[in-house]
Write a new protein. Structure first.
Length: 271
């Protein structure tokens, strides 16, 4: 796209973006993207590289979800799609600009989602370090850097990506640590629980939910991973993560989403 003059002009959207405090119209207004601008890509490098220090740097988002391709069938498959945030918002989600990486076949959801994403992760790491590309505007060869800044999906999809227990877990949300209450072998997560026997805490407030952190999530995943036997793992129901996910290790910058405001859990329907 950068080698094509017409598309290269559209790709300048991110470079020409001007942040306005108090305004939220796009992903680049968010605190997550703004925090990346002052961060180095790989800590400890002899020559530090900062995120989006070049006007041609590209921001990507990854999304996945399961769907049934056939009518009246229970079989599902899982497409993995990349979105190019350097394109203007009015065109970036059009079908011709969406990058369909692969589709994980069914008939059921993948047991190990990381294994299907491993080739993609290798290419994304290479793109972080830089690859030679041609800029049709400056008519020159340059080192192109591409960064995966967001990974998103509904609760079942994020359960696969982040190795979570999912919507049926005691603590199902990937952003906050709200605890569910069991009723007929199913966990529910009401905010008001004063009338539910034994429910603790008695009430959650949307503006003051217990927010998860990247470090704590990894610690929980490592604790489960180091458990000697399956019986020991069953004793850790409070832990949402069952393993350390591939993307949390290869691309820790996208997990900064765990620090989002707690009210986003309510507004996005995650609870």
């Amino acid at each position: 796209m950068l080698a094509n003059a017409a598309h290269a002009e559209k790709m300048r959207y991110q470079a020409e973006f001007v942040h306005k405090p108090g305004v939220t119209k796009d992903v680049f207004y968010g605190s997550h993207y703004q925090s990346l601008l002052d961060s180095t890509v790989r800590a400890g490098a002899a020559h530090p590289l900062f995120y989006f220090s070049d006007e041609c740097d590209i921001a990507l988002g990854l999304s996945t979800n399961g769907f049934a391709p056939f009518r009246k069938r229970k079989q599902t498959c899982w497409p993995i799609i990349l979105f190019n945030y350097n394109l203007p918002p009015e065109v970036r989600f059009q079908e011709k600009y969406c990058i369909h990486v692969t589709t994980v076949p069914g008939p059921k959801k993948p047991w190990d989602w990381d294994s299907f994403c491993w080739p993609l992760a290798q290419e994304l790491i290479q793109l972080e370090m830089g690859v030679k590309a041609f800029d049709a505007i400056s008519l020159s060869i340059f080192l192109l850097h591409t960064y995966l800044i967001l990974v998103f999906g509904d609760i079942p999809a994020m359960a696969l990506v982040m190795r979570m227990k999912g919507q049926n877990g005691i603590s199902p949300c990937q952003i906050c640590e709200i605890k569910g209450v069991c009723f007929n072998h199913t966990y529910y997560v009401p905010l008001q629980r004063e009338k539910i026997p034994g429910a603790e805490p008695r009430r959650y407030y949307p503006s003051d939910l217990p927010i998860r952190t990247h470090e704590k999530l990894l610690d929980q995943a490592r604790e489960v991973k180091m458990a000697d036997k399956n019986a020991r793992r069953e004793e850790l129901p409070k832990h949402m993560a069952s393993r350390v996910s591939l993307f949390s290790v290869a691309f820790p910058q996208y997990l900064s989403l765990l620090h989002s405001h707690s009210t986003s859990c309510i507004s996005s329907g995650r609870i």
